[in-house]
Design a protein around this ligand. Structure first.
Ligand code: MN
Length: 267
């Protein structure tokens, strides 16, 4: 049995060591480990804005995991930068906005975490609070100082949402490492989970095979809070059925050409 391939977006960091300075692509291992644990193959997709490379990425993968990272450049949602904005890597934004559109056109499953949820919202026309102190309803601490493996605030799950169907209850506890949040929700999305102060913590698209985003970091909870594995399991199941459908399409195409070769031999 072959396993589905999950493409992971990655981060960029500028480093200097002694006299040398360089840029490095990297990812926190928790994302890749969570995909492996859910029985899929993690494939890191380095930043590029070249269409032909991104299109090949989309062909290669059965699902896309949008990982966490820096703030999204507010110019992409029509705002000027506020002083409370932290560091940006606009090249990653440009790359991910293209990638999201191409994966969406191919109707492949998408799971988005933290910044991933924010850029997904921006990709479909939503906006963000550049910092949750800037007019958002936030009253609780969303940048926890407890270890990442600990849950620190609750979220209410909306009935009829994919999260409610997975967790089968109205409230779960999550970790929280974000200073931004969704302001205007993009058209076509619905809310899955909301924090007690009204901050959106999870969204989905119901008119699509699988598109789920969470503001927390489930990949860092799966060891101590094993039920968070449900999210990766459900995502990988969607990627698996995407892979099976594509295989079926490819084999029925091959069937046609093999048939015509046989016909030729008989002549
Ligand atoms: Mn939070």
């Amino acid at each position: 049995m072959s396993l589905p391939i999950i493409g992971l977006t990655i981060n960029l960091i500028a480093m200097s060591v002694g006299d040398y300075s360089f840029e490095r692509f990297y990812i926190n291992r928790y994302y890749a480990d969570a995909i492996v644990q859910a029985a899929a193959v993690p494939l890191l997709l380095p930043i590029t804005t070249k269409d032909e490379i991104i299109e090949r990425y989309v062909d290669l993968i059965d699902g896309l995991l949008l990982t966490g990272g820096h703030d999204v450049n507010p110019l992409f949602y029509g705002e000027q930068p506020h002083n409370l904005l932290t560091s940006l890597y606009p090249e990653r934004d440009k790359y991910e906005l293209k990638l999201i559109k191409k994966v969406f056109a191919a109707k492949k499953p998408i799971f988005a975490i933290c910044r991933g949820m924010q850029i997904l919202n921006v990709a479909f026309g939503g906006t963000l609070y550049q910092d949750i102190t800037l007019g958002s309803p936030a009253t609780i601490k969303h940048m926890q100082q407890a270890p990442a493996q600990e849950v620190t605030h609750t979220v209410t799950l909306i009935p009829d949402s994919i999260l409610f169907s997975l967790f089968k209850r109205e409230s779960i506890s999550v970790n929280s490492f974000h200073h931004q949040a969704i302001k205007k929700l993009a058209t076509g999305f619905s809310v899955c989970a909301i924090a007690p102060d009204g901050i959106l913590e999870s969204i989905e698209r119901k008119d699509y095979p699988f598109m789920l985003a969470v503001q927390w970091h489930p990949e860092m909870l799966i060891e101590k809070h094993a039920e968070m594995r449900l999210l990766f399991k459900e995502f990988v199941a969607a990627a698996n059925s995407e892979m099976q459908q594509n295989k079926y399409k490819q084999s029925s195409n091959k069937g046609i050409s093999a048939g015509s070769i046989d016909f030729g031999k008989r002549q």
